[in-house]
Structure formats: structure tokens, C-alpha cells
Design a protein around this ligand. Structure first.
Ligand SMILES: Nc1nc2c(ncn2[C@@H]2O[C@H](COP(=O)(O)OP(=O)(O)O)[C@@H](O)[C@H]2O)c(=O)[nH]1
Ligand SMILES: [Mg+2]
Length: 313
């Protein structure tokens, strides 16, 4: 499946294909099949937004806003709906931090910039760290990785494979080592080797929330002993294909750590790309990248204009 991959264009057209075809193309059909706006048309749009995992709250907001705009401006025709809906979705991105992470790291004078990567098991934390390390290195930055998910030996091995692929150093200890101690070592090494950016992998046992919370705050506390401003960024990884579950994960994590950014993985294989819209509306946390496959290059910078244009292509 990997041989015939065509060169990726700088849009999300390919990655959002499934989301677009199962949702936005249907919206086009509704709009082209009926000339005048009526309750039925809005109901159909509501159902499609729900089925794309935009989320109930956000969907209701969109439909209410559409109704109000239609009433107050006297819109009669379904052809107007397309642009109105596009504008509604665009509004959710207003006020969300748009800083480019690579630029932030480059411009940060007090090296290193420390990123702690969090998320539940299986969402793609370790893989994304490999991809980020590769990307940062390609952009002329020097990263270092810390294997602070010490819960399973396989997790450390998996991270080591990625660090080799990315040709980026890894700091690790043995299985069941204290994650805070691994993070401490990593920061120390990063400082002494003048690294630009640190990526810390963490365990994701959300079933044991209290101990996970304690573990994450202990890692942060210990890091501050070496670099008081660290972690500069806590990045939450979410699996787009889990749809509504992703919202629940954001809620849980923000209740105990300050999440500064999100990466949404596995977007290429899901029709649930609408979660992006719900996340922007409900949490206003910037999505910095999207994961679009299992290889080291399958990470793309998120750009909301490209995202919306690809959906409404
Ligand atoms: N299709 C696809 N698979 C991904 C993506 N990111 C991660 N994965 C896969 O998701 C699975 C779990 O990833 P892993 O990094 O181990 O998750 P972790 O438990 O959060 O560290 C692996 O099989 C990865 O190859 C992505 O963007 N697209
Ligand atoms: Mg992992």
C-alpha cells in the first residue's frame, strides 16, 4: 500500500477525502436538490454534522446561528447555505492561537524548548514523537527524545526504533524506571548538548486517572528543577477516528494539566474529521499538526484555511 503513494499537495484534499465524501459532498447534494431553504433542509444538515462527529453542542450552535442569519437577512435559497455554513465553521477558529510551533522553537532563545506529549494509550503518542523529531530535524532544529513511558518494555523499544529512524538521540532507562527521573536526565542532557527541543513521551493509562495525573505533575515538577519554565508545551494527542471519545479525552486532560496544543492522528482513514470543528468551538486549543499515516513523514502542519477549503472544495 505504500509503493504507489503520489506526491502530496499542500492541501488536505487527500487526507480529508473520507470526511468530505461522507459529509460535505452530501451537503452539496442537499443544496443542489432543493432550491428553497426550509426546515427539512436544516434538519438534514444537522444530521450530517452530527454524523461527522462535529458534536451535539457545536451542531446545535451552528444550526441556530444559520437559522438566525437566514431569518434576519431574508435568505431564501439553498445556494446561500453553502457559504453561510462555511462562514459559521470559520468563526470557530477565530481567537485560537495560530503560532507556528517550529518558529516558536526557533525563536526561543533559552534553549531547550520542552514539549511533554500526553494522551491515552494507542492514540499515537510514540509514533507522533518520531514524526515530530524527524520534522524538526529536517527544519534544522536539533531535537532529543525522552522515553518517560516506562510502563512497558515495548514502549521504550518502539520509541528507540523511531529515534533511530529520525536519527535523533534518545534518553532512556530500564522498564518501570521513574518517568520523572528519565525526564530529568533528558533535560540535563538537552541542556549540556545545547539541544533546541525536547520531546518527552509519557504513559497513557487513563483508566487510572489519579496516578496518571500524579505522574504527569511529578514529571513537570522535576523538570522545573532543571528548567524552571518547562514544560513549555503540553501537547495532547487524539485519535480522530474515535470521534466523540476525543472530546471526552480533552475534557479529562484539561481538568488536570494545561494543554497547549493538540495533534489529531489517523485523520486519513476516518469520516470523523468533523471533530476538529467541535474541538475549536468547545476548547479553543490549537491543532498544530495532523497525523496522516503510519510512516515517519506522515505528519502535516494544520492550517484552518486549507482545512475549510478542502472540506468545501
Ligand atoms: N493510520 C494511522 N495510524 C497511526 C497514526 N498515528 C499513529 N498510528 C498508529 O497507531 C498505533 C498506536 O500508536 P502509538 O504511537 O504506539 O500510540 P501510543 O500508545 O499513544 O504511544 C500504531 O499502530 C501507529 O502506527 C496516523 O496518523 N495514521
Ligand atoms: Mg506509546
Amino acid at each position: 500500500m505504500f509503493f504507489l503513494k503520489k506526491k502530496k499537495k499542500e492541501t488536505f484534499d487527500d487526507e480529508l477525502k473520507i470526511t468530505r465524501e461522507s459529509f460535505f459532498s452530501k451537503i452539496k447534494n442537499i443544496i443542489f436538490l432543493k432550491k428553497s431553504i426550509d426546515i427539512g433542509v436544516l434538519d438534514q444538515i444537522e444530521n450530517l454534522l452530527l454524523s461527522a462527529d462535529v458534536g451535539t453542542k457545536t451542531t446545535i450552535k451552528i444550526i441556530n446561528n444559520l437559522e438566525n442569519t437566514i431569518k434576519s437577512n431574508g435568505y431564501k435559497y439553498t445556494k446561500d447555505l453553502y457559504n453561510l455554513l462555511k462562514k459559521e465553521i470559520n468563526n470557530f477558529f477565530i481567537g485560537v492561537d495560530k503560532n507556528d510551533l517550529e518558529k516558536t522553537i526557533k525563536n526561543y532563545s533559552k534553549k531547550p524548548y520542552v514539549i511533554m506529549v500526553v494522551g491515552v494509550n494507542g492514540v499515537g503518542k510514540t509514533t507522533t514523537i518520531g514524526k515530530l523529531a524527524f520534522l524538526f530535524k529536517k527544519k534544522g532544529l536539533s531535537p532529543i527524545i525522552g522515553a518517560a513511558d516506562t510502563f512497558r518494555a515495548a514502549a521504550i523499544n518502539q520509541l528507540e526504533i523511531w529515534s533511530n529512524k529520525a536519527e535523533v538521540p534518545l534518553i532512556k532507562q530500564h522498564i518501570n524506571a521513574d518517568p520523572a527521573s528519565v525526564s530529568y536526565d533528558t533535560l540535563q542532557s538537552a541542556k549540556s548538548k545545547n539541544k533546541d527541543v525536547v520531546l518527552i513521551d509519557t504513559a497513557g493509562r487513563l483508566q487510572n486517572r489519579v496516578s496518571l495525573m500524579e505522574e504527569l505533575s511529578k514529571i513537570s515538577r522535576v523538570m522545573k528543577k532543571i528548567i524552571p519554565e518547562s514544560p513549555h508545551e503540553i501537547m495532547l494527542i487524539l485519535d480522530a477516528s474515535t470521534g466523540q471519545n476525543a472530546f471526552e479525552q480533552v475534557k479529562k486532560f484539561i481538568s488536570f494539566v494545561k494543554i497547549s496544543s493538540i495533534i489529531l492522528t489517523k485523520i486519513e482513514g476516518t469520516a470523523k474529521g468533523g471533530v476538529i470543528i467541535g474541538i475549536m468551538d468547545q476548547f479553543k486549543i490549537p491543532i498544530k499538526y495532523i497525523g496522516i499515516g503510519e510512516t515517519i513523514k506522515d505528519l502535516k502542519k494544520f492550517d484552518e484555511i486549507e482545512f475549510i477549503n478542502s472540506l468545501f472544495q
